[in-house]
Design a protein around this ligand. Structure first.
Ligand code: NAP
Length: 289
């Protein structure tokens, strides 16, 4: 498979940034709870190399996965990086000793995080940096002007090519855009959690990518009788249906399903190609409340 033949094809986020709509989310490469080293480091390296073999050119990460572990494994597996590979990272949080994810959004902390990503990934410039704003699974209200301005400044300095925002409300997206252009929004969204439907359509109209995290339900796999019955009818897995549905939902949606397994990675890439009829889509649309 090549970038052009991967399910969903490609999406152009900016003149110098065209990615396969099927990407790979690297969070699962760290140890249990996204903390510490993986049980099998060689397996983690193999997953990343297989992603590139399959034609994927978009990897989502953060220096706080592990912390540091995921970025170190990416560098070990893939550096020196092929020109077409785009690594998207995020800043705005840290890990504490209990495995929590406290905010780290002062301009000083963000600058440190950008430099940590650069050095740990072995890059001179980061393709895309997302500012993570809200809690783990939903936005928190409030201005993001100070932290986003700090990132915009680092973009002006040439440390970052493009900016995005994560776990944000529509108001926070608009506030970010009043400070500097964004190329993507990364929020929680999947077939059963569709609070961002309007935001997705508005971003699509502006040519901005929407990158749902937890596309398969994240730490608690998607559970739905409807999803299970459509999957059974199509002789597919619920994961395949969930991914194919996202690709179908809007052309600006990019997939970053996470896995620590080469077999699951292959399954997800193949599964996303599943074709869904109008009847299937109508039934699946009924899942979200
Ligand atoms: N911006 C943010 O705040 C934020 C928050 C969370 C995540 N993210 C990003 O979004 C990416 C995706 O989220 P995620 O990885 O948490 O959740 P996800 O993609 O919804 O689901 C990952 C889970 O599904 C399992 N899985 C994947 N493929 C499978 C298959 N074919 N069969 C059975 N199980 C399968 C994985 O286990 P196995 O390892 O066993 O396959 C893992 O437990 C992350 O990797 C990260 O890059 C961003």
């Amino acid at each position: 498979m090549t970038a052009k033949t991967l399910p969903g094809g490609t999406f152009t986020m900016a003149e110098d940034l065209t990615v396969t709509r099927i990407g790979y989310g690297a969070m699962q490469l760290a140890g249990p709870g996204v903390f510490g080293p993986p049980r099998d480091r060689d397996a983690a390296v193999a997953v990343l190399r297989e992603a590139l073999e399959l034609g994927i050119n978009h990897i989502d990460t953060s220096d706080y996965y592990g912390p540091f572990v995921t970025n170190e494994i990416i560098k070990e597996a893939l550096h020196p990086y092929p020109d077409e590979l785009h690594i998207v990272t995020k800043v705005g949080a840290l890990r504490d000793a209990e495995g929590g994810w406290p905010h780290a959004r002062s301009p000083e902390q963000l600058r440190q995080a950008v430099h940590d990503n650069l050095s740990r990934l072995g890059l001179d410039v980061l393709d895309v940096v997302n500012l993570r704003v809200g809690g783990f699974d939903r936005p928190e209200p409030g201005s993001i002007a100070e932290p986003f301005t700090a990132l915009a400044q680092m973009r002006e300095e040439g440390l970052i090519r493009h900016l995005g925002v994560s776990t944000v409300s529509g108001e926070q997206v608009a506030e970010a855009q009043s400070i500097a252009p964004i190329v993507c929004v990364q929020n929680l969204y999947n077939i059963a959690n569709r609070a961002d439907d309007e935001l997705i359509d508005s971003l699509a109209a502006q040519g901005i990518a929407y990158v749902p995290y937890f596309p398969l339900g994240g730490f608690s796999p998607l559970q739905s009788q409807t999803l299970a019955s459509v999957a059974a009818r199509l002789d597919a897995t619920p994961m395949a249906v969930a991914l194919a549905w996202l690709l179908h939902r809007s052309p600006n949606i990019l997939l970053i399903p996470g896995t620590s397994s080469v077999a699951h990675l292959r399954e997800n890439v193949a599964g996303a190609a599943l074709s869904l009829s109008e009847n299937d889509l109508a039934e699946l649309d009924g899942i979200a409340p």
